[in-house]
Design a protein around this ligand. Structure first.
Ligand code: ATP
Ligand code: MG
Length: 454
């Protein structure tokens, strides 16, 4: 058996435990990934010291999961997660153990971990790797296998069902047969798992190198229909035309393409959800179905999913926005004013992400992207930026104070007048000078006044 290369810093960390009479082992993904030749700088530790005893050893300790015996120690600028050996009482609700008993025994601790390949421990002094659950054999066979009776393990904590898919995605492994069939029979319990825990694993799955592997397992085990029914509904929905896949397989393929190109998480999520709304708007036709305005419904569904996952406001915004805009149809005959409106609508910062989404979508359809139109559009955007044309209200030659000085009332009128002026300037940048804008503002006020009076 190989030995784990324990860094000098971890050796110093563990000697603090030793001096106080405790033992400390490295556990979890770091050892698994080392044995596979993968990078993993995220270290989890397990110890016979109780949380209060760990706290007493270091000056910076955060009680991250104190109920489960986990604390995070900040040591030499690294964050080390330290969990006390534990054996858990029964899980009455499939979420929280009814009691956590701390034990002074590594073997018991490793047995309560989820999968055999996640249950290695390494001695912090010698680096000797301990494998009490036959993890090495499964690692060689690229297999994810629950420790003990999979049915029972998934009853204890249903998140493990989803973690199997997530780890399959990360490592491109298969899930062992009995483990997979227990996933199928226990999947409904995933509904009781908190959205935060689901989100953490889903984002890791989508952020991995092989999201299509995990999404495939989710689909075939029924986990997808349980957790993300809107996405699962695309199964079997034929599209026709250029599309050779059904809606679900196309969404998955676009997500995989975004991962292959190493695009960031929001683009991968938007790729996964970009066509979810197609199942709602489908109109069946001869040889090809149509999905009018599907991007609007898809954006609504993507938003609902992101909200259910309790994603941050910014994550909800960007994913929804990308899905909503993914059907932009640039052609060489677009006027400069149309390009300026595109920039304003999509937002300068979000345009590169939208282009990435388009590339992923094209790869999913054609196997490779045709970027000539995107490149052309990018060239025109660059020119507009060089010309410093106004693209937002703050770029206008006048502001709200100027409007108040000519008698526009404070409040809503200021905003609506500025928006009106921006529309005019997007059409014709030459109008962006104070004199002309003030004169247009006066005319606009008159016409608005006239309509409200009449
Ligand atoms: P990665 O490095 O990709 O995050 P990981 O295996 O380290 O993978 P973590 O979520 O960091 O995943 O969990 C650390 C370890 O804790 C796992 O390797 C596993 O031994 C154990 N573990 C995590 N979640 C569970 C769970 N729900 N049930 C049982 N054991 C778990
Ligand atoms: Mg980890």
């Amino acid at each position: 058996m190989k030995t784990f290369p324990v860094s000098a810093s971890i050796k110093r960390f563990s000697s603090r435990f030793k001096k106080a009479g405790f033992t400390l082992y490295i556990v979890g993904g770091a050892i698994r990934d080392y044995l596979l030749g993968l990078e993993n700088g995220d270290f989890d530790f397990t110890t016979d010291a109780e949380p209060s005893e760990v706290k007493a050893l270091f000056s910076h300790v955060i009680p991250t999961g104190i109920d489960h015996g986990t604390v995070t120690v900040i040591f030499e600028k690294q964050m080390f997660e330290v969990t006390t050996f534990r054996s858990e009482g029964i899980y009455l609700d499939g979420r929280h153990p009814s009691s956590v008993t701390f034990i002074r025994n590594l073997e018991e601790d490793l047995k309560r971990r989820d999968f055999t390949i996640n249950a290695f421990a390494a001695d912090c002094t010698t680096g000797a790797i301990i494998d009490l659950n036959n993890g090495l054999k499964d690692l060689r066979e690229k297999t994810i296998r629950a420790i003990g009776d999979p049915q029972k393990r998934f009853e204890e904590d249903a998140l493990r069902i989803f973690r199997a898919c997530r780890i399959a995605s990360k490592l491109n492994f298969i899930i062992e047969e009995n483990t997979l069939s227990a996933m199928k029979s226990e999947k409904e319990n995933l509904k009781n798992v908190s959205a935060e825990r689901i989100r953490e694993e889903l984002f890791k799955l989508v952020g991995s190198d092989h999201p299509s592997v995990g999404l495939g397992y989710m689909h075939h085990s029924g986990v997808l229909a349980t957790l993300l029914p809107a996405l699962a509904k695309g199964d079997g929905i034929k599209q026709g035309g250029m599309h050779h896949q059904d809606v679900l397989q196309h969404n998955i393929a676009a997500c995989q393409a975004a991962s292959d190109r190493n695009f960031p998480l929001p683009v991968r999520l938007a790729a996964l959800f970009h066509d979810v709304g197609k199942t709602e708007v489908i109109k069946k036709g001869e040889g090809r179905n149509t999905f009018h305005a599907h991007e609007v419904v898809s954006a609504k569904e993507a938003k609902a999913i992101m909200r259910y996952l309790k994603a941050s406001n910014e994550q909800v915004r960007i994913v929804t926005h990308l899905v909503r805009e993914h059907m932009f149809n640039y052609q060489s005959d677009w006027s400069d004013s149309a390009v300026r409106r595109f920039i304003k609508r999509v937002g300068l910062e979000d345009i590169p992400l939208l282009f990435q989404l388009r590339i992923a979508d094209q790869i999913a359809i054609h196997g490779e992207p045709n970027t000539s139109l995107i490149d052309e559009l990018q060239g025109r955007i660059d020119k507009i930026l060089e010309a410093r044309d106004a693209l937002s209200i703050k770029d206008l030659a006048i502001d709200g104070n100027d409007l108040m000085q000519i008698g526009v009332p404070k409040g809503k009128s200021i905003g609506s007048t500025l928006s009106y002026l921006l529309e005019a300037v997007l059409d014709d940048p030459a109008q962006n000078n104070a004199e002309q804008l003030l004169s247009m503002a006066r005319n606009y006020q008159r016409s608005v006044g006239a309509t409200t009076e009449s």
